[in-house]
Design a protein. Structure first.
Length: 153
């Protein structure tokens, strides 16, 4: 009996120092993508900023490879916008809203017309979002013709 109590107490001490894991542990998702110019050239060595749509905060950063690709792992489930930033700190392209679901990968392509500041001298910006697994494709085209007048006038 004494031996049984010793084994039980020793087991309790061992397991007391082991962190408990739960089936309800928070799971994250991954955002992958490619940054390209409208000519199809990769936007390599650009900064990638992942901004939460809910808070407006930058929650993760990465850098595009020479081929323009990027991977941002360990994102909490939620909605994000990806900003591609050139070496001068100017936003070269911005994605549509990407939804990250726990345990999955969302993939997108950001295509910027130029490395000029978006909303400035850029003549067109085409953004394509492909949510892998959801089978959703969205395309947004924004044109700037230099005329500040409202299109409704």
């Amino acid at each position: 009996m004494r031996r049984l109590i010793t084994v039980v107490l020793a087991s309790l001490l061992v397991f007391a120092g082991t962190p408990l894991t739960s089936a309800a542990a928070k799971s994250t998702g991954t955002l992958t993508g490619v940054a390209r110019s409208t000519a199809g050239q990769p936007l390599g060595s650009h900064s990638v900023r992942v901004r939460s749509v809910r808070t407006g905060d930058v929650v993760a950063t990465a850098t595009t490879s020479a081929s323009g690709s990027f991977v941002v792992p360990n994102l909490d489930p939620g909605s994000y916008v990806v900003e591609i930033v050139d070496a001068a700190g100017r936003i070269a392209g911005t994605s549509a809203i990407a939804t990250v679901v726990e345990g999955s990968i969302a993939s997108l392509t950001v295509t910027a017309a130029s490395t000029e500041l978006v909303g400035g001298a850029a003549t067109a910006l085409i953004i394509t979002l492909v949510a892998v697994g959801a089978g959703i494709t969205t395309a947004i085209v924004v044109a700037n013709n230099g005329n500040d007048a409202s299109p409704s006038q």
